[in-house]
Ligand binder design. Structure first.
Ligand code: SAM
Length: 587
């Protein structure tokens, strides 16, 4: 198709394409993320407006790029991408072939250039053509990939009204993905049933996108329903589907249920248990059972499975989205190979950590931990689930805080604590500090809680599960925190995204919760996001000031004793070594 319509697009190189966050997080494809005003206009002219320079202090892009080569390179690359996109859009208007537009939407979508994808979609009608089912599907995928759920839903509705063609299994799968990754799992499963009712059979990708998100949101019930549905439809769950279910159960420490399920699928269906499943079992069973046998066996079986098969490729790589695809290669790309190697390394580290725990911890102590673990993450006293913003009562908030932490002097918060490596290490180092981890993904909260139990730091770590803006507002009183850390936050999905963590509202809340003289530290490997954070900080000059003597808004590299995190190690292994350290004090 591409060749026939003369479509030619530069393939992003390996470095750009590498999706090192295998948990459905960011593709680090740096597309339309540059938020320099000129470049914003370059993104199809359809980006969100930001606060104008007239009302705030301005930190010019040129001032930042003069300080750092990485930033300079990123700005240059983003400008070039914007120019290339504009050239393609102009060409599409001349070619006047809907397939050309569709291919463009697909590529922009896969590269998270959402603004340009929208522009291409809108131009179909301006070119006197009509969007077809592929146009809608590709556009819905572009929206789903950057978390623009409402936009995706509207497209779906418009398609029913304006398009003569029926949604196919790819369209439905995109719809399921968009709903599931936003946590609407019941709704997503409803969409799968709806597609069946409409005579469109779900494929392996439809089920895996649903199951993958069951792991993320720890939804054991929905995962079970999904497997039942697969059987009902004659699409027997394979090892990968079973792995998702096992991970979901282990995330909730349902070890007996997991063992029974493993026996059933091995004996009845002849399914081989994957290495990742054994790792999940090892982690959970080491905590739940004082008797070490199950965990030791799981470690042994995990190692054996890794030795034999390496790390299986997940079939749900979002970057492999195909609609009118011409992706001909079935061999894993270099970036996917790297990703799989990192996963295997991760797994081996986790097995080592479980074995170390079993070797170093007395049976008596393990019994105590087993009692704590048996409460499950849901009922753990040091895990707090923060619902989406409703009414907020300051007095109740302050009373809750007092009941939990009393008059603890030194409380520190890590926002976006992820897998919990950094916070558990720091909690081990500073046992007199009360640490709070804020993380939106429930499975990562559970993992951190488990690590804290294993490392014997659970008494000085509390996890708050929810969206950071909301958690800060609802749970943390004024002037109660010594330091706030934001380590490797996800960069905004696209340049116009309203879903960005470090924004004005966040900085205001951080300022509110910090004690006088407290600190905010942000660390990122992403030069574009680093620039954006520095700009946001410059817009609130009355709240913070840089801790650098020269007033420099950031420094390159992190201090030696800062501590490593999962994502830090991952980017380092992926040879992404740029680091921006942004430390400010409260004014
Ligand atoms: C790239 S990871 C970094 C995790 C960890 N700090 C590290 O360095 O390994 C970003 C984490 O932030 C979480 N996250 C993103 N946006 C969030 C938000 N608004 N509120 C809470 N957590 C968020 C994601 O779920 C993810 O675990």
């Amino acid at each position: 198709m591409g060749k026939r319509s003369g479509y030619k697009r530069r393939k992003p190189n390996e470095g750009e394409r590498a999706t090192l966050d295998g948990h459905g997080g960011k593709s680090r494809v740096m597309d339309d993320k540059d938020d320099d005003d000129d470049d914003r206009r370059g993104d199809g002219g359809s980006v969100a407006t930001t606060t104008t320079a007239t009302t705030h202090s301005v930190l010019e892009t040129s001032a930042l790029t003069a300080l750092d080569e990485g930033m300079k390179r990123a700005v240059k690359a983003n400008r070039k991408r914007a120019r290339d996109a504009q050239t393609l859009l102009k060409r599409a208007m001349k070619v006047k072939d809907v397939k050309f537009f569709n291919r463009m939407i697909k590529d922009f979508g896969n590269d998270k250039q959402f603004g340009f994808a929208k522009e291409a979609f809108e131009r179909i009608s301006r070119a006197g053509l009509s969007p077809n089912v592929y146009s809608y599907t590709n556009m819905m995928n572009a929206a789903a990939r950057v978390g623009e759920l409402e936009f995706m839903r509207t497209l779906w509705d418009n398609m029913a009204l304006n398009c003569d063609e029926q949604a196919n299994e790819v369209t439905y799968t995109v719809l399921v993905k968009g709903e599931a990754q936003s946590g609407h799992l019941k709704h997503a499963l409803g969409r799968v049933r709806e597609m069946i009712a409409c005579g469109v059979e779900p494929n392996a990708r439809t089920y895996s996108t649903l199951l993958r998100n069951c792991v993320r949101y720890s939804d054991v019930e929905r995962a079970r329903e999904c497997l039942d549905l697969m059987r009902e439809r004659g699409a027997a769950p394979d090892a990968t589907a079973c792995e998702y279910y096992i991970k979901t159960m282990c995330g909730e420490l349902l070890v007996q249920q997991t063992l029974q399920f493993m026996r059933d699928i091995q004996n009845q269906d002849g399914i081989e248990i994957t290495a990742a499943s054994y790792v999940a079992l090892a982690t959970a069973s080491s905590l739940v059972f004082a008797d070490e046998k199950t965990a030791r066996n799981a470690c042994r079986d995990a190692r054996a499975a890794i030795d034999v098969g390496g790390w299986a490729q997940e079939d749900d790589n979002d970057d492999k989205f195909q609609q009118q695809g011409d992706d001909d290669s079935s061999a894993p790309s270099k970036s996917v190979q790297l990703f799989l190697q990192l996963r295997a390394k991760d797994a081996l580290q986790e097995i080592d950590a479980v074995e170390k725990y079993l070797n170093d911890t007395s049976e008596e102590r393990r019994e105590e931990i087993a009692v704590q673990a048996s409460s499950g993450v849901e009922r753990a006293s040091n895990v707090i689930f923060v619902e989406d913003a409703q009414d907020m009562n300051v007095h109740e908030r302050n009373a809750r805080w007092l009941a939990r932490f009393g008059q603890r002097k030194d409380v520190r918060v890590e926002v976006c604590s992820g897998h919990g490596d950094w916070i558990t290490t720091r909690a081990g180092r500073s046992t007199d500090v009360q640490w709070i981890g804020v993380e939106m993904r429930r499975n990562r909260v559970a993992l951190t809680w488990m690590k804290a139990l294993r490392l014997n730091v659970s008494t000085n770590i509390t996890m708050m599960c929810g969206m950071a803006h909301n958690v800060l507002r609802r749970e943390i009183p004024d002037e109660s925190v010594q330091e706030v850390y934001v380590n490797y936050p996800d960069p905004p999905e696209w340049v116009g995204s309203s879903q960005v963590l470090v924004d004005g509202a966040f900085l205001n809340d951080v300022h509110r919760i910090l004690k006088p003289g407290g600190y905010l530290t942000c660390v990122t490997d992403d030069s574009t996001y680093a620039m954006r954070m520095c700009r946001e900080l410059a817009k609130v000059p009355g709240l913070f000031k840089s801790t650098e003597a020269s007033g420099k808004p950031f420094v390159s590299g992190v201090p030696d004793d800062y501590g490593a995190s999962y994502f830090d190690s991952m980017w380092t292994n992926g040879a992404q070594n740029d680091r921006y350290f942004i430390k400010y004090s409260k004014l």
